[in-house]
Write a protein that binds this ligand. Structure first.
Ligand code: HEC
Ligand code: HEC
Length: 403
């Protein structure tokens, strides 16, 4: 697929333009979704990704919260709680599991100020997790095994040892030795690193990055959007003014659009209200997720105030499958999200929203969402048909399209 290669080069040049250091560590880490790993390593990574034995209760794998059937996000959350339950029942993190698909394109975390077409400044870019606190995919994959609210194997060396021991006695232990050498289990830290390395290789494979949506088919030529999808695309990509979506200012559409990831990897506060249904909010009603302001690098840079409430712009690929939406799972449907951008943020700013529709953090709200209206009363101004069109376009981003 030539256009993917073309896109890859385009992405790299964009990142290089935006940041002094760009993406790309050497092996298995962030190399912009490009995968040089052997098929054996990818297959090993897949077995690790779906192995429930790697959790304390032997009941949870990465794949349970990043389920292929749910666009590699958490399917169960829509039914029980808006956020994922860990291996230990009753233990919940406070964030909605994002898709692990296309995460391999997220560049390494870096401070690099940029400004959108509507004048919103983002000071940081990239990094894994919604606050960028893991620099790349390998560092990210080392987290969930030890997290008490996720796979709960214990802290520090003891936790790492128990994960490595489990892999050493797994049915696929020989695969691990053949990829990383016959002494690969001897050093716990090296083995733990390589477990994450193999998972990262799987996450970089075509299986998580298929680019097989209707949008991709249209951009490749030979397939056409419906009239409604096309109108939605036009609203999505329009850049400024009261009646334009400005979605593409942050959920970037490339020029030409083939291979777009629908994110500039930058950090914004779009005024998401708190989710009072989350276990964390139920046990502590004053709980606020400060997003990027909680990232240790941001704290050591003394940048918390400017970054409160910001989250990394998520990809919108497979958005049809990844409900609920936003960092806290506040919205169950795409209609709710569109309504948020269309009405809720501006009316909250104007002071006449219901209590639970005020932004969770009412600082640093992106100027895109103020719609240039000094009284903050003008919303996007979408007609009912335009809201339908915008959703129709978002539904073209689901992988596995067959004409
Ligand atoms: C209990 C559910 C759960 C499990 C198990 C889990 N994750 Fe996640 N994952 C999450 C949540 C929630 C986040 C977002 C957390 C945050 O931002 O602080 C996340 C974030 C991620 C991200 C970053 C995506 C992004 O957009 O920044 C990747 C990649 C990922 N997980 C891969 C994995 C891998 C690999 C494993 C297994 C080693 C795993 N996850 C296990 C819930 C889970
Ligand atoms: C200023 C940048 C910006 C603009 C403009 C913007 N978004 Fe977003 N979008 C974000 C960020 C940041 C988030 C994550 C917010 C959170 O988690 O609280 C997000 C979240 C979303 C989500 C939920 C994704 C998920 O996986 O949970 C959808 C859907 C979405 N946006 C669609 C749109 C549409 C449609 C528009 C145009 C009407 C738009 N966005 C405009 C930055 C932006």
């Amino acid at each position: 697929m030539h256009w993917r290669t073309g896109y890859f080069l385009l992405l790299i040049s964009t990142i290089t333009l935006l940041s002094a250091c760009g993406g790309g560590s050497s092996d298995g880490g962030n190399s912009g979704g490009q995968n040089n790993a052997s098929t054996t390593k990818i297959a090993l990574g897949k077995k690790l990704f779906f192995d429930q034995n790697l959790s304390s209760g032997k009941n949870q794998s990465c794949g349970d919260c990043h389920d292929p059937a749910a666009g590699f996000s958490d399917a169960s959350v829509a039914q029980s709680a808006p956020v994922s339950e860990g291996s230990v029942s009753g233990q919940f993190g406070n964030r909605n599991a994002p898709t692990a698909a296309y995460a391999s394109f997220i560049p390494d975390f870096v401070k690099t100020p940029t400004t959108t077409d509507d004048g919103t400044v983002s000071n940081y870019q990239g990094g894994q997790f919604l606050d960028g606190r893991a620099v790349d995919l390998i560092e990210q994959a080392k987290g969930p095994f030890l997290n008490p609210k996720e796979m709960n194997n214990g802290d520090g060396l003891a936790g790492r040892t128990s994960v490595v021991d489990e892999v050493a006695s797994a049915t696929y232990a020989d695969d691990f030795l053949s990829v990383y050498g016959e002494n690969a289990f001897d050093d716990v830290d090296a083995a733990y690193h390589n477990i994450a390395d193999a998972i990262a290789a799987f996450e970089q494979s075509d299986e998580l990055n298929p680019f097989s949506s209707k949008f991709d088919a249209v951009m490749a030529g030979g397939e056409l959007f419906s009239a409604s999808e096309q109108r939605g695309f036009d609203i999505f990509t329009s850049k400024s003014g009261v009646t334009n979506g400005k979605c593409g200012n942050c959920h970037t559409v490339n020029d030409p659009p083939a291979g777009s990831l629908f994110t500039n990897f930058n950090y914004f506060n779009v005024g998401t209200p708190p989710n009072l249904q989350n276990p964390e909010n139920i046990s502590n009603p004053a709980f606020v997720d400060e997003g990027l302001a909680g990232n240790p690098t941001v704290i050591s840079n003394g940048d918390e105030a400017a970054e409160r409430g910001k989250f990394r712009t998520p990809t919108l690929r497979n958005i049809e499958l990844t409900a609920p939406y936003m960092h806290n799972g506040r919205y169950q449907t795409l209609e709710d999200v569109i309504n948020h951008y269309d009405i809720i943020v501006s009316s909250a700013e104007a002071g006449f929203s219901a209590d639970d529709e005020y932004p969770e953090v009412d600082d640093n709200i992106a100027t895109e969402l103020n719609f240039g209206d000094p009284l903050f009363t003008a919303a996007l101004g979408l007609s009912a048909q335009e809201a339908i069109d915008l959703k129709a376009f978002l539904l073209t981003l689901t992988d596995g399209y067959t004409p």
